[in-house]
Design a binder for this molecule. Structure first.
Ligand code: ZN
Length: 333
């Protein structure tokens, strides 16, 4: 078994018994290669100093408030942005709801990235200007405005890669569902339209998800319908299932989306033979505890704490450490 398959296996351990192993099997069969390594190859192909279009963030209690974000997503995205900044001086432009961006920005900052404008980010290419940065960019909440904004934004950014983690996409009826099959599209930025536009332009893409309702899951739509509760028929009455229709080049499934990002960063560190790109248990704790300070919620237990998806912080750190040791052992051989 390859390192990539070991990483895939580790982070697809179905601790929440949500059916993720079925989605992994479908994505792995389609890919013909380990998902973590296929995703890492897309990261490795990013040119020095290039822009990466990145997205995460879920208003998981949208019907209560569209300003409450969840803690799966931002930490994983920060891990990927950090690795791309260190390895490629990449400029991640992180797109989400204006209401969620400040919190996501704090997680990126806790991962070591300075928050700057795009114009400022371009100056990091000047001699002696090395600086790990990220740019925050709000995206429209309405379908029509979201579709209209996609082309001009892609023109302006010319991203080398589009990366999504734990970012919900619409189903075939245009509705955004949570894992209980409930419509929670209110106050939600329509970033799946931006991702669709990036795909249509042939921009390489990686998407991470753990439930079937995220951007990228369009690749394994049949498996979502068959194996995920509400996958074939939601609870909102729209007549569809919760599966997102938006696809991606590489889909990374994981029991927790943050774990998928950890595995991709690990595979990337292995490809680059650079242990500095590995996520660490210490940083995982720092990111998830920072999340509590900015009010990100554990969406399974419905409380602000660092236990992403109802899983204790120490377990998240353990998964990070196992990924890390798999790579360090390989690099030592
Ligand atoms: Zn529905």
């Amino acid at each position: 078994m390859t390192l990539g398959d070991r990483l895939d296996r580790l982070v697809n351990l179905d601790i929440g018994a949500r059916g993720i192993e079925h989605l992994h099997a479908a994505a792995r069969a389609r890919s013909g290669a380990a998902l973590s390594m296929a995703a890492a190859e897309r990261l490795a192909a990013v040119p020095e100093g290039a822009v990466v279009l990145a997205t995460t963030g879920s208003v998981s209690r949208a019907w209560i408030s569209a300003e409450i974000g969840e803690n799966d997503g931002p930490a994983g995205l920060a891990t990927i942005c950090r690795a791309l900044a260190l390895a490629r001086r990449a400029i991640p432009v992180v797109v989400a709801e204006a209401a969620l961006l400040p919190g996501i920005g704090e997680i990126l900052r806790a991962a070591g990235l300075a928050l700057v404008t795009l114009e400022e980010a371009r100056r990091t290419a000047m001699p002696g200007g090395r600086l790990a940065v990220a740019v925050l960019h709000p995206y429209p909440l309405e379908d029509e405005a979201a579709r209209a904004a996609a082309g001009p934004l892609l023109d302006r950014l010319a991203p080398a890669l589009a990366f999504s983690t734990e970012r919900v996409g619409r189903n075939a009826r245009g509705v955004y569902h949570n894992m209980r099959g409930v419509d929670f599209g209110m106050g939600r930025a329509r970033i799946d339209h931006l991702f669709d536009a990036a795909l249509a332009r042939g921009i390489p893409s990686v998407a991470v998800g753990d439930g079937g309702n995220e951007i990228g899951m369009g690749l394994v739509a049949a498996a979502v319908a068959e194996h995920i509760p509400f996958g074939a028929r939601c609870a909102c009455g729209c007549g569809g299932g919760l599966g997102a229709i938006t696809g991606t080049d590489v889909l990374m499934t994981a029991a927790v989306s943050n774990w998928g990002c950890t595995a991709i960063a690990a595979a990337f560190a292995s490809l680059e033979r650079n242990p500095a790109l590995l996520h660490t248990p210490e940083l995982e704790a720092r990111l998830l505890l920072r999340g509590t300070e900015v009010g990100l919620i554990n969406s399974v237990d419905g409380i602000v704490d660092p236990n992403v998806d109802g899983i204790p912080l120490a377990t998240h750190q353990a998964v990070v450490e196992l990924c890390r040791q798999l790579v360090l052992a390989e690099l030592a051989r």
